[in-house]
Design a protein around this ligand. Structure first.
Ligand code: URP
Ligand code: ZN
Ligand code: ZN
Length: 461
């Protein structure tokens, strides 16, 4: 059904103006003032509201076998949660174990999403082993439209790869024009520090951060930069949590390494004291890299504002507090790592970023949508508002006041890391390719409307 969004204030990464938006089929076809709706069109009155391009979360985990358990969400729950939170496109990490066949793993991850997603989605292909068969398999996966890789420098013995494999992955990525996203922490140092802390009887969740201090992350970024410099590959550092890692990335960029930097919403609003909560509650806040001392948060906001950080994702990885985080009581190294936030990212970034005066509206759109679209081959269908773009739109009510809570969330997890937190502004109406999926902040759409987005290689030269 055609769709008219009237009287809203359109905000993109570089423009802000009042206009009506006319959408036919799946795309935006006209932008103008005083557009009239023919009979039968859906009409949304956006008076007093902001209209943003659909937000993109370039780093989520939905199907995730990890640390002896499985992440709790399915595409049914995570995609609805994403939409209610204003996110219209998810990019999920395919994370095979080292012994898995990469092609079989890729098909398995795709099968988890097919027909079950309410929002659009794509994948980054995890490279967790590199042998003689790997290049041909990865070429097929890139040919299928998954034009980005993921490597882990951490998680020794699970997803982590060694330096020879890292070099070969980056060299192949360079040849295929594919960007490589990377979890940067030095796995060997973590293993040593974990052993040492456990031997000293330091077993609670509050010891997770000391087992992976900022220097461990900065070394990971520096390490990746060296390999990117020598291979010419383009790299994207995921979930950057601290100032030393930002400095390592800045130094790499200054010497010409093609590196982009992501942070994730938990680091911008939570800190190490959350992981120190008594009675094992700190386990809810265990993720890697860990939540840091509060001063790192200020460094992240400054870097976001100045352009040193390119994107804000979530690293959504949901594990129940009661059954799953519990696995690590008595040994913090066994607490499944992850903080769920796909439903909260946009509302928190708006509340603590825009409404708090830390970033402006254009930067907000850029870091939460446009840059991810550009980097991962989705622009300009996604990431902006212009004729010809997909009609993925967020009609946002800046005057809404609400509260985050596990009791009201769409996510299939038994806690919210942001329980009771006030929210200033929310996604009121959300469309995906012209179809209204959220209205009045509630999911009202089709659970199978989401489509896999096939992306071309764009990182040549
Ligand atoms: O703690 C985290 N980050 N869990 C998800 C896996 C990863 O490292 O991205
Ligand atoms: Zn990671
Ligand atoms: Zn992740």
């Amino acid at each position: 059904m055609p769709l008219l969004i009237k009287n809203g204030e359109i905000v993109t990464a570089d423009a802000r103006y009042r206009a009506d938006l006319w959408c036919e089929g799946e795309t935006i076809t006209r932008i103008g003032s005083g557009l009239a709706a023919p009979p039968g069109a859906d009409v949304i009155d956006a008076t007093g509201k902001l209209v943003f391009p659909g937000f993109i979360d370039p780093h989520v985990h939905i199907y995730l076998p990890f640390m002896g358990t499985f992440a709790k969400d399915t595409y049914e729950t995570a995609s609805r949660a994403a939409l209610v939170g204003g996110t219209t496109t998810l990019i999920e990490m395919v994370c095979p174990s080292r012994s898995d066949d990469p092609l079989a793993a890729y098909e398995l991850w795709k099968s988890q999403a097919a027909g079950r997603s309410a929002c659009d989605y794509a994948f980054h292909m995890g490279v967790t082993r590199f042998d003689e068969q790997t290049p041909a398999m990865l070429e097929r996966i890139v040919g299928d439209g998954t034009a980005s890789f993921k490597v882990f420098l951490a998680y020794k013995g699970a997803f982590g790869i060694d330096d020879g494999e890292l070099y070969q992955t980056l060299a192949l990525a360079r040849r295929l024009g594919v960007i490589v996203t990377a979890h940067c922490e030095n796995a060997e140092i973590i293993a040593q520090l974990q052993r040492q802390l456990l031997d000293e009887g330091r077993t609670g969740p509050e010891w997770h951060e000391p087992s992976r201090p900022p220097a461990v992350e900065a070394e990971g970024v520096q390490h990746l930069a060296t390999f990117a410099e020598l291979t010419g590959a383009r790299v994207y550092v995921v979930h950057t949590s601290c100032k030393p890692a930002l400095i390592a990335a800045r130094r790499a960029r200054e010497r010409g390494v093609r590196m982009w930097v992501e942070t994730v919403i938990p680091y911008l609003v939570l800190d190490r004291t959350d992981a120190e909560r008594p009675d094992f509650e700190g386990a809810k806040y265990v993720m890697s890299p860990p939540l840091r001392e509060p001063q790192h948060q200020q460094a992240l906001w400054n870097a976001l504002q100045s352009g040193q950080i390119d994107t804000v994702a979530t690293d959504h990885a949901p594990f129940d507090f009661h059954q799953q985080k519990e696995m690590g009581r008595g040994d913090f190294t066994k607490i499944p790592n992850g903080i769920p936030s796909v439903e909260n990212r946009i509302h928190l970034l708006y509340t603590h970023g825009v409404a708090a005066g830390r970033i402006d509206l254009h930067r907000f759109v850029d870091v939460a949508s446009t840059t991810a679209a550009r980097l991962f081959g989705l622009f300009p269908k996604k990431g902006t508002i212009q004729p010809g773009a997909d009609a993925d739109l967020v009609v946002f009510d800046p005057s809404h006041r609400g509260v985050s809570s596990a009791a009201s969330q769409q996510l299939n997890v038994d806690y919210s890391a942001f329980e009771g937190w006030p929210i200033a502004g929310r996604a009121d109406t959300v469309t995906v390719r012209g179809r209204i999926q959220v209205q009045g902040g509630r999911f009202v759409g089709a659970g199978d409307h989401g489509r896999m987005l096939r992306r071309e290689s764009t990182h040549y030269g």
